[in-house]
Design a binder for this molecule. Sequence first.
Ligand code: ZN
Length: 379
Amino acid sequence: MKKSKNALVILAGGYGKRFNNKLPKQFNEINGENLIDFFLNRIDTNIFDIILIVTKKSFQKHTKHLKTKYPVIKFMYAEAGNNRQLSSFNALKKLDTHKPDNVLIHDAARPFCSNSLVIKIIRNLNNNESAIPYILSADKKVLSKKEFNKTIKLIQTPQGFKFNTIYRAHLNTKEIDAKDDSGLIPFDKLKLIKGERLNLKITYPEDLNYFKLFVKPIHKSGIGYDIHQIDTKSKKGLKLCGVKINFKKLIGHSDADVGLHAICDSIFGALSMKDIGYYFSNKDPRWKNKNSEFFLKFARDKLKENNFYIANLDVNFICEKPNINKYRKKMISKLSLLLKIPEKIISIKATSNEKIGFIGDGLGIAAESIIQITNDKLY
Ligand code: ZN
């Protein structure tokens, strides 16, 4: 079966009159995620060939970062119209040149929609012109005797459509201020599917408290290990965790700071990146005798770019000499300075190799680092 071409439209152009706040609700952030980030971070965006965010030019600063976050996806900006119907129509007009098979139209104000609902909608579009999620109202409202026993269906987004069906509906409709796309297509093309109770809509400022409940801080861990040979002919020049130590130096392409290299690798690991050799090859003349603080700052910048903070850092040296304990405090304050983190979350430990193997023979120094990072701003 030919894979269908899927487009996702996120309507994020509204000011949210009921929200009554300077910053539109969809751009409120918790742990560095706004409502649009939250939704996109939790669905499989690879399902979509195109993601189109409909927003006002003046709001683009809140969505620009998504372009780098999802490089495989084409982001297009359609100017938000004066009402929901126009915004939706603008998006479909833009999508028409890409001729998608299916389109899902979603309100940015519903960040909690799950990936399984997205997949269910797309699967339903295989055999239906539309797939509109709904939930039953918990309260039975009696409007008249005739209405009694009628359960009220609450319609949600994303609403899925065959592209041509919804585009034609928008082109031909006499409505000018439809609050929802499903209302524009003929009744016989309407396929209602079960939505999700948790797919709540953020409407009022206090609804943001739901958002706070949903957004749990993320914790990730990384491990790093490095070893360098001691230059037994040298007398001085050792540097560990950026601290100069009066001891024989280590052999390496850069300044061979085995401690900083292990820390860098643990940060890269926590961020699911590659190892230090990938970013700073020991064949690259640019890194010859390079101060390893440069590599650590690169790793620190990556943390910042990804909105992560260090929760704790645990470094372990394995060597016979020098006596690491003597330099512990200095190393901790240096790392605190370089990484811009409090000293109390750094640990420097050391162990000897019990005179076994080449470390035991005093021929090398090894370091290992374990780090935990979080997107919860702790300090
Ligand atoms: Zn190294």
